[in-house]
Design a protein around this ligand. Structure first.
Ligand code: AMP
Ligand code: MG
Length: 349
């Protein structure tokens, strides 16, 4: 199929382009559009065939449920069977925004959305383009990240095109995403609400409005626990080359990364280094360097991490050595994505 490509302003979206996207969604087509987190691949939540096409276009396993995106609160009541107190509190605090809540599902929600679970994931994005597209479609929109399954999530229309050109009806190019990592997923059906995926709304922000918040122990693969969110068990966010992640004190990481880079390069391997801006002028010139931002600005790192991971695909490196960052605030989401990109190949120094 031919994929229609439109540039669109994120501040004053062209109403004609929005209407065209709405029409495509209403007739069961697939539209990729920007949100504040990453680009989403949207389909009508009420059309089974359109939903199946999402799984097909992405090559996504069918047991990995979809997040439903809404642009007014009434739709939340339509999708949820009941609203747990914790869901009321955190959506009041952080919607619209990069927060997804898991709540008991109503009978309106199709099985193909939830993979048969009795809960549903709902998000109200703050991006104006996303809101207008959803309103134009007049239904909730199922929208996973608009990448081929397993690849780094797209934070630009170019990245969507790389993965899905010819497989979907339309791509809206609204520029780069500001948050850059996917939404925080919070299960509100448990007695203590639990973070199933760290993201733009941080643990620290959630604990400011809730008495207690748990973090799913299966999240980082450090324990034997199986992640509660079906999607978190897959290798994910990965560039073509394998990633080796370093964790520990900054100085020690630096020594270990330099040593490892020299060793691989001595074996004739083309090494990619994914490190902080602070190191950019002082690393040995044996590697292809990409920097993810300054350690003093973790939000910048989040907004660039997927783009930088993808950039190595064009540089055809054999291995990527990645620096770990502090696991605080949005750093927790960045480290979660890096660990998954590394398939949990982590060197602790
Ligand atoms: P993506 O669509 O790529 O942003 O991924 C959506 C994430 O939300 C995946 O990790 C899913 O497993 C998770 N998710 C969606 N619905 C549910 C649900 N009902 N229960 C738990 N996790 C869910
Ligand atoms: Mg995804």
């Amino acid at each position: 199929m031919d994929t229609v490509f439109h540039k669109i302003s994120s501040l004053t979206p062209d109403p004609l382009v929005i209407a065209e996207a709405g029409t495509i969604l209403k007739r069961g087509g697939l539209v990729a559009f920007p949100t504040e987190t990453v680009y989403g691949l949207g389909a009508s939540a009420y059309q089974e065939e359109a939903l199946r096409n999402i799984y097909q276009a992405k090559g996504r396993p069918s047991d990995n449920p979809l997040i439903l995106h809404i642009a007014e609160l009434d739709t939340f009541y339509e999708l949820a069977k009941t609203l747990p107190e914790s869901a009321k509190i955190i959506t009041a605090a952080f919607w619209p925004g990069p927060l997804t809540v898991i709540v008991p599902r109503s009978e309106r929600v199709l099985d193909v959305v939830t993979g048969g679970l009795d809960t549903v994931a709902v998000r109200f994005p703050s991006s104006l383009i996303a809101q207008q597209v959803i309103r134009a479609a007049q239904v909730p929109i199922a929208a996973p990240s608009a990448n081929r399954s397993g690849r780094p999530s797209p934070t630009s229309a170019a990245a969507v095109k790389e993965d899905l050109d010819g497989k979907i009806d339309m791509i809206l190019d609204g520029g780069d995403c500001t948050i850059g990592v996917e939404s925080t997923v919070v299960d509100c059906t448990t007695t203590v609400p639990t973070i199933l995926r760290p993201g733009g709304i941080t643990y620290e922000m959630l604990t400011a409005v809730l008495k207690r918040v748990d973090i799913d122990p299966g999240l980082n693969g450090d324990s034997l626990a199986i992640p509660k969110s079906p999607g978190m068990k897959y290798r994910h966010y990965a560039p073509v080359a394998p990633v080796l992640l370093f964790e520990g004190a900054v100085d020690k990481q630096r020594q270990a990364i330099e040593k490892q880079a020299m060793a691989y390069s001595g074996q004739g391997k083309k090494v990619g280094l994914l490190v902080c801006d602070e190191w950019q002028y002082s690393l040995p010139p044996v590697a292809v360097l990409a920097t993810f931002g300054s350690l003093t600005r973790p939000q910048d790192i989040a907004s660039r991490i997927f783009r930088v991971l993808r950039s190595f695909d064009h540089k055809t490196v054999d291995i990527i050595l990645a620096q770990g960052i502090d696991e605080q605030g949005i750093g927790r989401a960045v480290m979660n994505r890096l660990r998954k990109a590394a398939g949990h190949q982590v060197i602790k120094v």
